[in-house]
Design a protein around this ligand. Structure first.
Ligand code: SF4
Ligand code: SF4
Length: 130
């Protein structure tokens, strides 16, 4: 019973992007750990090109094609946030999400609104680091 429950948790952790909850204390520890520069301080605009190898256009998860240098509005003005289109759950770099590993208040958690397969995450990693 216990082992089956644990297995379910592991599977869930490997098919969802990560989101930062409003429990975040804005310590900044996670931001430098992200291999994709997907983490931003509250209130900052973000681009696909920042901290990645992307130049020219980039296809987002919803199919939109955007300019890599296009500036997007902050996702949160209160706490640090993760850009879903830049998060690969650290696939291809680390065994586990690095933001979650360093967060002192455990507020980097799987995002049920962004369920993605390992293949999709790996493809994003390849496209972000050409
Ligand atoms: S899971 Fe990895 S890629 Fe995603 S935001 Fe956290 S550190 Fe970045
Ligand atoms: S490490 Fe955790 S508490 Fe600190 S900024 Fe990142 S998400 Fe917020």
């Amino acid at each position: 019973m216990g082992a089956r429950k644990y297995a379910s948790v592991v599977i869930l952790q490997h098919i969802m992007a990560i989101i930062i909850t409003d429990e975040c204390i804005n310590c900044g520890a996670c931001e430098p750990e992200c291999p994709n520069n997907a983490i931003y301080e509250a209130g900052l605009e973000w681009t696909i090109s920042q901290g990645t190898g992307v130049k020219g256009s980039f296809t987002m998860a919803d199919g939109r094609i955007v300019d890599a240098n296009e500036k997007f509005a902050p996702i949160s003005s209160e706490v640090y946030f993760i850009v879903p289109d830049k998060c690969t759950e650290c696939t291809g770099f680390h065994e586990e999400p690095q933001c979650a590993a360093v967060c002192p208040v455990d507020c980097c958690v799987p995002d049920p609104d962004h369920v993605e397969s390992k293949e999709v995450l790996l493809d994003r990693k390849e496209r972000l680091h050409l």
